[in-house]
Write a protein of this length. Structure first.
Length: 383
Protein backbone atom coordinates (compact mmCIF):
# COMPACT_ATOMS: atom_id res chain seq x y z
CA UNK A 1 0.00 0.00 0.00
CA UNK A 2 1.29 3.44 -0.82
CA UNK A 3 2.26 5.87 1.90
CA UNK A 4 -0.51 8.38 1.25
CA UNK A 5 -3.14 5.61 1.42
CA UNK A 6 -1.66 4.39 4.71
CA UNK A 7 -1.89 7.93 6.06
CA UNK A 8 -5.62 8.05 5.36
CA UNK A 9 -6.55 4.51 6.38
CA UNK A 10 -4.03 4.07 9.19
CA UNK A 11 -3.69 0.62 10.70
CA UNK A 12 -7.34 -0.06 9.73
CA UNK A 13 -8.08 -1.72 13.06
CA UNK A 14 -11.76 -1.67 14.12
CA UNK A 15 -12.74 -1.27 17.75
CA UNK A 16 -16.51 -1.05 17.45
CA UNK A 17 -19.31 -2.37 15.30
CA UNK A 18 -21.10 0.86 14.34
CA UNK A 19 -19.26 1.33 11.07
CA UNK A 20 -17.88 4.62 12.33
CA UNK A 21 -15.49 5.96 9.70
CA UNK A 22 -13.60 8.10 12.18
CA UNK A 23 -11.80 6.20 14.95
CA UNK A 24 -13.78 6.63 18.21
CA UNK A 25 -12.20 8.53 21.09
CA UNK A 26 -12.20 6.03 23.94
CA UNK A 27 -12.24 8.58 26.73
CA UNK A 28 -11.93 6.01 29.49
CA UNK A 29 -9.26 5.69 32.17
CA UNK A 30 -10.04 2.06 32.83
CA UNK A 31 -11.74 -0.99 31.28
CA UNK A 32 -14.00 -3.54 32.97
CA UNK A 33 -12.94 -7.18 32.97
CA UNK A 34 -15.36 -9.77 31.55
CA UNK A 35 -14.37 -12.31 34.23
CA UNK A 36 -11.69 -13.27 36.70
CA UNK A 37 -8.35 -13.43 34.94
CA UNK A 38 -9.92 -12.16 31.72
CA UNK A 39 -9.26 -8.92 29.82
CA UNK A 40 -10.70 -7.29 26.70
CA UNK A 41 -7.08 -6.49 25.82
CA UNK A 42 -7.42 -3.17 27.60
CA UNK A 43 -7.06 -2.73 31.36
CA UNK A 44 -5.95 0.78 32.24
CA UNK A 45 -5.26 3.64 29.82
CA UNK A 46 -1.72 4.30 31.06
CA UNK A 47 -0.80 0.88 29.67
CA UNK A 48 -3.01 1.02 26.60
CA UNK A 49 -6.09 2.69 25.20
CA UNK A 50 -7.79 1.77 21.90
CA UNK A 51 -7.52 5.26 20.34
CA UNK A 52 -3.85 5.46 21.25
CA UNK A 53 -3.20 1.91 20.07
CA UNK A 54 -4.70 2.76 16.68
CA UNK A 55 -2.41 5.77 16.41
CA UNK A 56 0.65 3.81 17.52
CA UNK A 57 0.06 1.02 15.03
CA UNK A 58 -0.43 3.60 12.29
CA UNK A 59 2.84 5.40 13.07
CA UNK A 60 4.65 2.08 13.33
CA UNK A 61 3.42 1.12 9.85
CA UNK A 62 4.40 4.49 8.40
CA UNK A 63 7.97 4.11 9.71
CA UNK A 64 8.19 0.46 8.66
CA UNK A 65 8.59 -0.56 12.32
CA UNK A 66 7.29 -3.27 14.62
CA UNK A 67 6.00 -1.07 17.42
CA UNK A 68 5.46 2.62 18.15
CA UNK A 69 4.77 4.27 21.51
CA UNK A 70 2.87 7.55 21.69
CA UNK A 71 3.97 10.04 24.35
CA UNK A 72 2.56 13.28 25.70
CA UNK A 73 5.37 15.23 23.97
CA UNK A 74 8.60 14.71 22.07
CA UNK A 75 10.57 15.47 25.22
CA UNK A 76 8.57 12.87 27.18
CA UNK A 77 9.58 10.32 24.52
CA UNK A 78 13.28 11.22 24.75
CA UNK A 79 13.21 11.30 28.56
CA UNK A 80 11.72 7.79 28.66
CA UNK A 81 14.23 6.59 26.08
CA UNK A 82 17.10 7.75 28.31
CA UNK A 83 15.80 5.38 31.02
CA UNK A 84 17.18 2.52 28.90
CA UNK A 85 20.65 3.60 29.99
CA UNK A 86 22.49 3.23 33.30
CA UNK A 87 24.94 5.45 35.18
CA UNK A 88 28.33 5.31 33.51
CA UNK A 89 26.92 4.74 30.01
CA UNK A 90 28.26 6.99 27.29
CA UNK A 91 26.24 8.37 24.36
CA UNK A 92 27.58 10.19 21.30
CA UNK A 93 25.14 12.75 19.88
CA UNK A 94 24.92 15.25 17.06
CA UNK A 95 26.28 18.61 18.23
CA UNK A 96 23.64 20.71 16.44
CA UNK A 97 20.83 19.26 18.50
CA UNK A 98 17.28 20.38 19.27
CA UNK A 99 17.67 22.72 22.28
CA UNK A 100 15.36 20.66 24.50
CA UNK A 101 17.34 17.47 23.88
CA UNK A 102 20.52 19.37 24.71
CA UNK A 103 18.95 20.64 27.94
CA UNK A 104 17.77 17.14 28.91
CA UNK A 105 21.20 15.59 28.28
CA UNK A 106 23.23 18.28 30.01
CA UNK A 107 21.00 18.89 33.03
CA UNK A 108 19.12 15.68 33.77
CA UNK A 109 20.66 12.67 32.01
CA UNK A 110 24.09 13.93 33.04
CA UNK A 111 23.00 14.22 36.69
CA UNK A 112 21.75 10.63 36.41
CA UNK A 113 25.25 9.48 35.45
CA UNK A 114 25.05 9.35 31.65
CA UNK A 115 27.98 10.83 29.77
CA UNK A 116 27.68 12.59 26.43
CA UNK A 117 29.98 13.64 23.66
CA UNK A 118 28.44 16.03 21.15
CA UNK A 119 30.14 15.85 17.76
CA UNK A 120 29.59 16.89 14.18
CA UNK A 121 28.03 13.66 12.91
CA UNK A 122 28.08 14.75 9.27
CA UNK A 123 31.52 13.08 9.35
CA UNK A 124 31.26 9.51 10.69
CA UNK A 125 34.91 9.63 11.71
CA UNK A 126 34.05 12.17 14.40
CA UNK A 127 31.89 9.49 16.01
CA UNK A 128 34.48 6.76 15.60
CA UNK A 129 37.21 8.68 17.43
CA UNK A 130 34.96 9.22 20.44
CA UNK A 131 34.06 5.55 20.93
CA UNK A 132 34.85 4.20 24.40
CA UNK A 133 34.19 0.85 26.08
CA UNK A 134 31.23 2.52 27.87
CA UNK A 135 29.65 3.85 24.67
CA UNK A 136 26.14 2.45 24.34
CA UNK A 137 24.39 4.58 21.75
CA UNK A 138 24.61 7.18 19.00
CA UNK A 139 21.88 9.81 18.89
CA UNK A 140 21.50 11.76 15.67
CA UNK A 141 19.23 14.36 14.21
CA UNK A 142 19.16 14.70 10.44
CA UNK A 143 18.63 17.28 9.08
CA UNK A 144 19.60 19.12 12.24
CA UNK A 145 17.72 21.84 14.00
CA UNK A 146 18.40 24.63 13.11
CA UNK A 147 21.50 24.37 10.90
CA UNK A 148 20.07 21.70 8.55
CA UNK A 149 23.22 19.53 8.65
CA UNK A 150 22.73 16.12 7.07
CA UNK A 151 24.15 12.88 8.50
CA UNK A 152 24.53 9.67 6.49
CA UNK A 153 22.24 7.31 8.45
CA UNK A 154 23.39 4.09 6.73
CA UNK A 155 27.07 4.92 7.35
CA UNK A 156 26.46 5.66 11.04
CA UNK A 157 24.32 2.53 11.30
CA UNK A 158 27.20 0.42 9.99
CA UNK A 159 29.54 1.87 12.60
CA UNK A 160 26.92 1.20 15.29
CA UNK A 161 26.38 -2.41 14.22
CA UNK A 162 30.15 -3.04 14.13
CA UNK A 163 30.43 -1.71 17.68
CA UNK A 164 27.19 -3.05 19.13
CA UNK A 165 25.68 0.41 19.71
CA UNK A 166 22.08 1.50 19.57
CA UNK A 167 21.36 4.03 16.82
CA UNK A 168 18.67 6.58 17.66
CA UNK A 169 17.43 8.96 14.95
CA UNK A 170 15.27 12.01 15.58
CA UNK A 171 13.12 12.01 12.42
CA UNK A 172 10.96 15.01 13.34
CA UNK A 173 12.02 17.22 10.43
CA UNK A 174 11.40 14.84 7.53
CA UNK A 175 8.86 12.33 8.92
CA UNK A 176 8.59 8.84 7.40
CA UNK A 177 7.12 10.39 4.27
CA UNK A 178 10.59 11.57 3.26
CA UNK A 179 12.92 9.47 5.41
CA UNK A 180 12.65 6.01 7.02
CA UNK A 181 15.62 5.59 9.37
CA UNK A 182 14.63 2.08 10.53
CA UNK A 183 15.01 0.86 6.94
CA UNK A 184 18.46 2.48 6.85
CA UNK A 185 19.54 0.57 9.95
CA UNK A 186 18.45 2.71 12.92
CA UNK A 187 17.23 0.95 16.07
CA UNK A 188 14.99 3.69 17.42
CA UNK A 189 13.21 6.49 15.56
CA UNK A 190 11.88 9.35 17.59
CA UNK A 191 9.48 12.13 16.78
CA UNK A 192 8.10 15.26 18.15
CA UNK A 193 4.59 14.48 16.91
CA UNK A 194 3.78 18.08 17.80
CA UNK A 195 5.35 19.06 14.49
CA UNK A 196 4.53 17.48 11.10
CA UNK A 197 2.65 14.39 12.30
CA UNK A 198 0.09 16.49 14.19
CA UNK A 199 0.60 19.22 11.63
CA UNK A 200 -1.78 21.88 12.91
CA UNK A 201 0.12 23.65 15.70
CA UNK A 202 -2.56 22.49 18.14
CA UNK A 203 -1.33 19.37 19.97
CA UNK A 204 1.79 18.16 21.74
CA UNK A 205 2.86 14.56 21.11
CA UNK A 206 5.93 12.36 20.83
CA UNK A 207 6.80 8.92 19.46
CA UNK A 208 9.39 6.20 19.75
CA UNK A 209 9.35 3.61 16.96
CA UNK A 210 11.36 0.37 16.98
CA UNK A 211 11.70 -2.75 14.87
CA UNK A 212 12.91 -5.15 17.54
CA UNK A 213 10.66 -7.13 19.94
CA UNK A 214 13.09 -6.98 22.87
CA UNK A 215 13.50 -3.23 22.61
CA UNK A 216 9.74 -2.78 22.25
CA UNK A 217 9.16 -4.76 25.47
CA UNK A 218 11.76 -2.79 27.42
CA UNK A 219 10.28 0.51 26.25
CA UNK A 220 6.70 -0.62 26.97
CA UNK A 221 7.76 -1.45 30.53
CA UNK A 222 9.32 2.01 30.98
CA UNK A 223 6.30 3.61 29.35
CA UNK A 224 3.68 2.13 31.65
CA UNK A 225 5.95 2.71 34.64
CA UNK A 226 6.78 6.36 34.02
CA UNK A 227 3.32 7.23 32.62
CA UNK A 228 4.06 9.87 30.02
CA UNK A 229 1.40 8.54 27.65
CA UNK A 230 -0.63 10.47 25.08
CA UNK A 231 -4.29 11.12 26.01
CA UNK A 232 -7.13 9.55 23.95
CA UNK A 233 -8.27 12.92 22.60
CA UNK A 234 -4.77 14.00 21.59
CA UNK A 235 -4.25 10.58 20.03
CA UNK A 236 -7.34 11.21 17.93
CA UNK A 237 -6.03 14.64 16.84
CA UNK A 238 -2.80 12.96 15.73
CA UNK A 239 -4.73 10.30 13.80
CA UNK A 240 -6.59 13.09 12.04
CA UNK A 241 -3.43 15.09 11.38
CA UNK A 242 -1.63 12.12 9.86
CA UNK A 243 -4.41 11.62 7.28
CA UNK A 244 -3.10 14.65 5.36
CA UNK A 245 0.63 14.19 6.09
CA UNK A 246 1.70 13.32 2.54
CA UNK A 247 -0.34 16.08 0.90
CA UNK A 248 0.86 18.68 3.38
CA UNK A 249 4.50 17.75 3.03
CA UNK A 250 4.41 17.75 -0.76
CA UNK A 251 3.08 21.27 -0.72
CA UNK A 252 5.31 22.48 2.13
CA UNK A 253 8.38 21.16 0.37
CA UNK A 254 7.44 22.82 -2.92
CA UNK A 255 6.93 26.17 -1.21
CA UNK A 256 10.10 25.79 0.91
CA UNK A 257 12.06 25.30 -2.28
CA UNK A 258 10.61 28.45 -3.84
CA UNK A 259 11.34 30.47 -0.71
CA UNK A 260 14.89 29.09 -0.43
CA UNK A 261 15.57 30.12 -4.02
CA UNK A 262 14.07 33.56 -3.50
CA UNK A 263 16.02 34.14 -0.29
CA UNK A 264 19.25 33.06 -2.00
CA UNK A 265 18.87 35.99 -4.39
CA UNK A 266 18.37 38.69 -1.75
CA UNK A 267 21.37 40.85 -0.91
CA UNK A 268 20.25 41.18 2.69
CA UNK A 269 20.43 37.40 3.09
CA UNK A 270 23.94 36.03 3.48
CA UNK A 271 23.27 32.30 3.55
CA UNK A 272 20.37 29.90 3.08
CA UNK A 273 20.47 26.44 4.63
CA UNK A 274 18.11 24.10 2.79
CA UNK A 275 19.21 20.56 1.87
CA UNK A 276 17.27 20.78 -1.41
CA UNK A 277 19.64 23.41 -2.80
CA UNK A 278 22.44 21.74 -4.79
CA UNK A 279 24.89 24.08 -3.04
CA UNK A 280 24.00 22.57 0.37
CA UNK A 281 26.81 20.30 1.70
CA UNK A 282 24.26 17.58 2.53
CA UNK A 283 22.54 17.64 -0.86
CA UNK A 284 24.04 14.40 -2.22
CA UNK A 285 23.48 12.38 0.96
CA UNK A 286 19.94 13.73 1.15
CA UNK A 287 19.26 12.57 -2.39
CA UNK A 288 20.55 9.13 -1.45
CA UNK A 289 18.71 8.59 1.84
CA UNK A 290 15.54 10.66 1.58
CA UNK A 291 12.72 10.99 -0.90
CA UNK A 292 12.40 14.73 -0.25
CA UNK A 293 14.03 17.70 1.45
CA UNK A 294 11.18 18.84 3.68
CA UNK A 295 9.61 22.14 4.55
CA UNK A 296 12.21 23.55 6.96
CA UNK A 297 14.97 25.99 6.20
CA UNK A 298 17.17 28.44 8.02
CA UNK A 299 18.96 31.53 6.79
CA UNK A 300 21.32 34.26 7.87
CA UNK A 301 20.64 37.95 7.47
CA UNK A 302 23.33 40.57 6.84
CA UNK A 303 22.97 41.97 10.36
CA UNK A 304 21.29 41.50 13.69
CA UNK A 305 19.17 44.59 12.90
CA UNK A 306 17.84 42.99 9.72
CA UNK A 307 16.97 39.82 11.64
CA UNK A 308 15.07 41.83 14.25
CA UNK A 309 13.33 43.92 11.61
CA UNK A 310 12.21 40.81 9.81
CA UNK A 311 10.84 39.23 12.99
CA UNK A 312 8.95 42.40 13.86
CA UNK A 313 7.56 43.09 10.40
CA UNK A 314 6.37 39.70 9.20
CA UNK A 315 2.61 39.59 9.41
CA UNK A 316 1.40 36.41 7.72
CA UNK A 317 4.35 34.43 9.01
CA UNK A 318 4.16 34.32 12.79
CA UNK A 319 7.14 34.80 15.07
CA UNK A 320 6.72 31.71 17.22
CA UNK A 321 8.47 28.57 18.34
CA UNK A 322 7.61 25.18 16.84
CA UNK A 323 7.38 23.94 13.28
CA UNK A 324 5.67 21.56 10.90
CA UNK A 325 2.17 23.01 11.11
CA UNK A 326 -0.17 24.48 8.51
CA UNK A 327 0.69 28.04 9.66
CA UNK A 328 4.16 29.30 8.69
CA UNK A 329 6.31 30.13 11.71
CA UNK A 330 9.60 31.97 11.98
CA UNK A 331 11.90 31.33 14.92
CA UNK A 332 14.91 33.11 16.37
CA UNK A 333 16.88 30.09 17.61
CA UNK A 334 19.31 32.06 19.77
CA UNK A 335 16.46 33.51 21.85
CA UNK A 336 13.97 30.65 21.63
CA UNK A 337 14.69 26.98 20.92
CA UNK A 338 18.42 27.22 21.65
CA UNK A 339 18.45 29.87 24.40
CA UNK A 340 19.66 27.40 27.03
CA UNK A 341 22.79 26.44 25.11
CA UNK A 342 25.81 28.38 26.41
CA UNK A 343 26.54 31.35 24.12
CA UNK A 344 30.05 30.22 23.16
CA UNK A 345 28.89 26.75 22.15
CA UNK A 346 25.89 28.16 20.31
CA UNK A 347 27.87 30.65 18.29
CA UNK A 348 30.55 28.09 17.44
CA UNK A 349 27.71 26.11 15.83
CA UNK A 350 26.54 29.04 13.77
CA UNK A 351 23.52 29.90 15.92
CA UNK A 352 24.19 33.62 16.17
CA UNK A 353 22.07 36.76 16.12
CA UNK A 354 21.58 36.71 12.32
CA UNK A 355 20.19 33.18 12.10
CA UNK A 356 16.46 32.67 11.56
CA UNK A 357 14.57 29.42 11.06
CA UNK A 358 11.48 29.19 8.91
CA UNK A 359 8.85 26.47 9.03
CA UNK A 360 6.90 26.73 5.81
CA UNK A 361 3.15 26.24 6.18
CA UNK A 362 0.36 25.81 3.68
CA UNK A 363 -0.19 29.44 2.70
CA UNK A 364 0.46 30.29 -0.94
CA UNK A 365 4.13 30.64 -1.86
CA UNK A 366 3.47 34.06 -3.40
CA UNK A 367 1.88 35.38 -0.23
CA UNK A 368 4.73 34.07 1.91
CA UNK A 369 7.39 35.57 -0.35
CA UNK A 370 5.52 38.85 -0.41
CA UNK A 371 5.44 38.83 3.39
CA UNK A 372 9.20 38.23 3.57
CA UNK A 373 9.83 40.90 0.94
CA UNK A 374 7.85 43.58 2.74
CA UNK A 375 9.48 42.60 6.04
CA UNK A 376 12.97 42.87 4.56
CA UNK A 377 12.53 46.00 2.48
CA UNK A 378 9.49 47.81 3.87
CA UNK A 379 5.91 48.45 2.78
CA UNK A 380 6.00 49.32 -0.89
CA UNK A 381 9.00 47.27 -1.35
CA UNK A 382 10.87 48.57 -4.35
CA UNK A 383 14.42 47.59 -3.71
C1 LIG B 1 10.19 19.98 18.99
C2 LIG B 1 11.26 18.98 18.87
C3 LIG B 1 11.50 18.05 19.90
C4 LIG B 1 10.74 18.06 21.20
O1 LIG B 1 9.39 17.77 21.03
P1 LIG B 1 8.18 18.39 21.91
O2 LIG B 1 6.98 17.78 21.30
O3 LIG B 1 8.24 19.88 21.76
O4 LIG B 1 8.41 17.98 23.32
C5 LIG B 1 12.50 17.11 19.69
N1 LIG B 1 13.22 17.08 18.54
C6 LIG B 1 13.02 17.97 17.56
C7 LIG B 1 13.84 17.89 16.32
C8 LIG B 1 12.05 18.94 17.68
O5 LIG B 1 11.86 19.84 16.70
Amino acid sequence: MEFSTLCVHGCSKKYDTTGSVSVPIFQSATFAHPGVGLSTGFDYSRSQNPTREYLEQTVSKLEGGLDALAFSSGMAAITTLMELFSPGDHIIATDDLYGGSHRLFSHISNKNGLMFDLVDTTDVQNIEVRLRPETKAVFIETPTNPMMHVTDIAAVSKLCKDNNLMLIVDNTFLTPYFQKPLLLGADVVLHSGTKYLGGHNDTLAGFLVVSDTGLSERLRFLYKTTGSCLSPFDSWLLIRGIKTLAVRLDRQQKTAFQIAEWLSKQNRIKAVHYPGLPSHPGYEISKKQTSGFGGMLSFETDSKETAHLLLERVSLIQYAESLGGVESLITYPMLQTHADIPQELREARGIGDCLLRLSVGLESADDLIEDLRQALYGGNGNV
